[in-house]
Design a protein around this ligand. Structure first.
Ligand SMILES: [Zn+2]
Length: 274
């Protein structure tokens, strides 16, 4: 592993000056249905219990990401240590996520964000709302990318953080991204997931397997939720990647991007009590 990390680090340093172009061949996918990426970076994830985990990050649409759609940093902002860090422990104060738009975000996307924000306010304790004052120091800037990314940071990172959206990002995908912003992990990375699903490693490219690791320092609220908007789809690149141990579970339940499930709502409400 150490040898691999050293190679990845030198790759990262070599590319840091010209790393803002989208990964080649990144075809359009439903979010959470990742494809193999070539441009990789070492990432340290700090989990809610304070433990850390090493994850392979990749560069896409100008950002360093893990798990397909979690933004760790802007590409090119290499840290001194050469390893990116994402700290997932911080919650939004006042249950509120203020947001702004970068000037080039198309109106159609602005409308979908407003719809997503309205749905989140109506169904959970949390409030996603336009930023009205510079005194709101922690906020999300929504940026536009001409690639395929719908992506967010994980939890509150402090100061200005990003959700980046492409034309293909639906209102449901945007609700999923705000789930990450609020601190939700992907459902299939729960510590207890092996009791409910089998990860079909043979169908996942080697450089993508770390995206399917259990985040052992995270918490699973309620029973395992196939209906979570935070669950990956069953298929990776057309191959079955997540197989429910209970064969009666319909595969199409995984990866829905319509809205928070009832367990998603109770999870958010437990994280952000009124
Ligand atoms: Zn996601």
């Amino acid at each position: 592993m150490h040898k691999t990390a050293a190679v990845l680090l030198s790759l990262a340093l070599g590319l840091s000056a010209c790393s803002t172009s989208p990964a080649p061949g990144s075809a359009s996918q439903a979010n959470g249905a990742p494809q193999a990426k070539a441009d990789q970076r070492p990432v340290t994830m700090i989990l809610p219990d304070g433990t850390t985990q090493q994850v392979t990050g990749f560069v896409k649409d100008g950002y360093v990401m893990v798990e397909d759609d979690i933004i760790v940093a802007e590409a090119g902002q290499l840290t001194q240590q050469g390893t990116y860090v994402v700290d997932t422990r911080y919650r939004w104060s006042g249950r509120t996520v203020p947001y702004t738009f970068a000037s080039n975000v198309p109106q159609a996307i602005r409308d979908r964000v407003a719809q997503a924000a309205s749905t989140i306010r109506a169904t959970t304790n949390t409030v996603v709302t336009p930023r009205t004052s510079s005194a709101q120091r922690d906020y999300v800037q929504i940026t536009y990318n001409t690639g395929t990314s719908c992506a967010s940071g994980l939890g509150k990172t402090g100061g200005r953080q990003t959700i980046t959206l492409a034309d293909r990002c639906s209102t449901g995908s945007i609700i999923h991204e705000f789930g990450h912003t609020l601190g939700l992990f992907h459902e299939q990375t729960r510590p207890d997931r092996d009791q409910y699903v089998e990860i079909v490693w043979a169908n996942i490219p080697a450089d993508w397997q770390s995206q399917y690791q259990i985040r052992s320092g995270s918490a699973g609220y309620g029973t395992y939720d196939f209906d979570s908007i935070m669950h990956y789809p069953a298929y990776f690149d057309g191959k079955l990647a997540i197989r429910p141990l209970n064969s009666s579970v319909n595969l199409s339940r995984m990866g829905q991007r319509n809205g928070y499930s009832s367990t998603d709502v109770s999870t958010l409400n437990a994280m952000y009590p009124r």
